[in-house]
Design a protein around this ligand. Structure first.
Ligand SMILES: C[S@@+](CC[C@H](N)C(=O)[O-])C[C@H]1O[C@@H](n2cnc3c(N)ncnc32)[C@H](O)[C@@H]1O
Length: 214
C-alpha cells in the first residue's frame, strides 16, 4: 500500500497534548485496565516470552511495565510520531532506554518495521484502524508464542456511539476513526495466521483476548 492510501493524520488526534496527558495519567495511577491485565497474565505465567513487540503502544507505558516484569527487550511501533518524544522521556525516567526501541509507521502497511517477538501485544489499536484483518495478520505473523489483542465489544450501544466519537477527527481533518470490528473478524484473522484462541475475557466495554502459537 502506498503512503497515499494509508490513513493519514493520526497525529492530529494522537498529538503531543494527548501524549502528555496519557503519560501524566500513567505516572499518577499506573496502567489502564487492558494493558494492566496483560501484565498480570505475564506475571502469573499465563503468557511468557523474553521479547515483546507492541503495536500502537502510544506513550509506551505498557512497554515500561513489561520490561520491569521481566521482558528482556521491547520494540514499539506506533504510527503517531507525536507520541514518540513523550515515550522516550518515560523510558529515560525509568532507566530502560537501552532495552527498548521505538519505530514510527503504519504496521499494517509496513510489517517490516519490526521483526518477530515472543509476545506481540495490541491494546485498543484494532479499533483505530480500518482494515482489521490486514493489521491482525501482520501482527500474528510476528508472534512467535503469544498475541494479546484487546478491542471494543461489538455491542449495539458501542456501535451507536462510534459516529459521535468520529465527529472530532472529521473536524480536525484526520483519517482516524473509531471502528467496532466484529469479534469474529478479529478472531478469524488471527487464527487464519496459525494461532489459536486460548483465553477470552469480556470486560464492560472491551474484550481481552490471548492467542498462542501451537
Ligand atoms: C487508542 S491508542 C492506544 C494506545 C495504547 N495501546 C493504550 O492502550 O493506551 C491507539 C494507538 O494505536 C496507534 N495505531 C493505530 N493503528 C496503527 C497501525 N496500523 N500501526 C501502528 N500504530 C497504530 C495510534 O497511533 C495510537 O497511538
Amino acid at each position: 500500500m502506498s503512503a497515499c492510501c494509508e490513513p493519514q493524520g493520526y497525529d492530529l488526534v494522537f498529538n503531543d497534548r494527548e501524549a502528555r496527558r496519557a503519560a501524566a495519567r500513567y505516572r499518577r495511577s499506573g496502567l489502564t485496565t487492558l494493558p494492566r491485565r496483560t501484565v498480570e497474565l505475564y506475571r502469573d505465567g499465563t503468557i511468557q516470552g523474553e521479547t515483546l513487540l507492541e503495536i500502537g503502544g502510544g506513550v509506551g507505558d505498557f512497554e515500561v511495565e513489561m520490561l520491569c516484569a521481566g521482558v528482556r527487550r521491547a520494540v514499539c511501533v506506533d504510527m503517531s510520531p507525536a507520541y514518540d518524544a513523550v515515550a522516550r522521556e518515560l523510558l529515560a525516567e525509568t532507566g530502560l532506554t537501552t532495552r527498548a526501541e521505538r519505530r514510527v509507521g503504519d504496521f499494517a502497511a509496513h510489517p517490516d518495521l519490526a521483526g518477530p517477538a515472543d509476545l506481540v501485544a495490541m491494546h485498543s489499536v484494532v479499533c483505530c484502524y480500518p482494515d482489521a484483518r490486514r493489521l491482525l495478520s501482520a501482527a500474528a505473523a510476528r508472534a512467535r508464542r503469544f498475541l494479546v489483542v484487546s478491542f471494543p465489544r461489538d455491542a449495539w450501544w458501542i456501535r451507536t456511539a462510534a459516529p459521535l466519537l468520529n465527529v472530532y477527527p472529521r473536524l480536525r481533518g484526520s483519517d482516524w476513526r473509531f471502528f467496532v470490528h466484529p469479534a469474529a473478524t478479529i478472531v478469524r484473522a488471527v487464527t487464519d495466521a496459525g494461532l489459536v484462541l486460548v483465553r477470552t475475557e469480556h470486560l464492560r466495554f472491551d474484550v481481552h483476548a490471548v492467542f498462542a502459537r501451537p
